[in-house]
Design a protein around this ligand. Structure first.
Ligand SMILES: Nc1ncnc2c1ncn2[C@@H]1O[C@H](COP(=O)(O)OP(=O)(O)OP(=O)(O)O)[C@@H](O)[C@H]1O
Length: 256
């Protein structure tokens, strides 16, 4: 399984991620939460090999991810914000068949593998049209189908439900949850607290590139509960954490 061990990454003087470790678990969703600039996307980009850590290691089943070469992307898929791999001038089916061919699947196998997801995401009625003419949300749903096509062990989602309407978001999240039954391990970031409430099993809280908390969603809610009220929403809890953080940042600035 994917393991991130003591990774750090700086951009010039900016220490974006500092000594972060986490281990994904099959069939579970790990949400990485934190305020803007906390280092979440940088962490995800290191997890999928798009960025190389300055120190520390990312391994899959005990092997450094770089050692898999392009074979990594049969085991690990990512849907990043606004980063569709689709060819806009091609129809949905052509895009899917092409992606399948890249994994070595024939057309029939590709379509069989995706059949359930296409129904779940209500995509079939779009598949004969050019992807460039689809709405952004529909394109994002195709990105999820494409990501799950090789039946990866790991799925990384970075703000991947941004801009989806309520129905599209529900369908997208249901498809993600359905993949868990196959043992996929999901790591995601989102600023939409209702999305995290809906799918997260585990939560990692990051601030200033450092891990402040890592445990189950329920433990997170108990740990940071402001009112002790069971009905407290994640949004209220995050407001409590981030508000305090921005106040202490302001205090530090005042001290300087
Ligand atoms: N390529 C880059 N070059 C320079 N600085 C960067 C780069 N990528 C990220 N950073 C900086 O690293 C820090 C962490 O950024 P990152 O995008 O990982 O945060 P984030 O938690 O995902 O933020 P957000 O919630 O706003 O998406 C920020 O200060 C950001 O400006």
């Amino acid at each position: 399984m994917l393991e991130i061990s003591h990774v750090s990454k700086s951009f010039g003087d900016m220490r974006a991620v500092r000594d972060v470790s986490l281990r994904l678990r099959p069939g579970r969703v790990t949400a990485v939460v934190g305020p803007n600039g906390a280092g979440k996307s940088t962490l995800l980009r290191m997890a999928c090999g798009l960025l190389v850590p300055d120190s520390g290691a990312v391994t899959l089943d005990g092997r450094p991810i770089a050692s898999y070469g392009s074979g990594l992307y049969r085991r690990l898929s990512a849907v990043l914000e606004d980063s569709s791999l689709a060819y806009m001038s091609l129809k949905g089916w052509d895009n899917l068949d092409y992606q399948g061919a890249l994994y070595g699947f024939g057309r029939r196998e590709t379509r069989e593998r995706c059949a359930e997801l296409l129904d779940m995401l209500d995509l079939r009625r779009h598949m004969d049209k050019r992807v460039g003419d689809w709405s952004r949300g529909t394109q994002q749903k195709l990105a999820l189908v494409t990501a799950l096509l090789p039946r990866p062990q790991v799925l990384l989602l970075d703000e991947s439900t941004l801009g989806l309407d309520v129905v599209a978001k529900r369908d997208f999240l249901n498809a993600v949850r359905a993949s868990l039954a196959d043992g996929v391990a999901v790591m995601m970031t989102s600023h939409q607290s209702e999305v995290i409430e809906h799918v997260a099993d585990d939560v990692v809280l990051i601030e200033h590139g450092q891990t402040l908390f890592s445990d189950t969603f329920d433990a997170f809610m108990r740990h940071y509960a402001v009112s002790g009220d069971d009905a407290e929403s994640l949004e209220q809890v995050l407001l409590g954490i981030f508000d305090q953080e921005s106040t202490s940042d302001a205090d530090e600035d005042g001290d300087n």
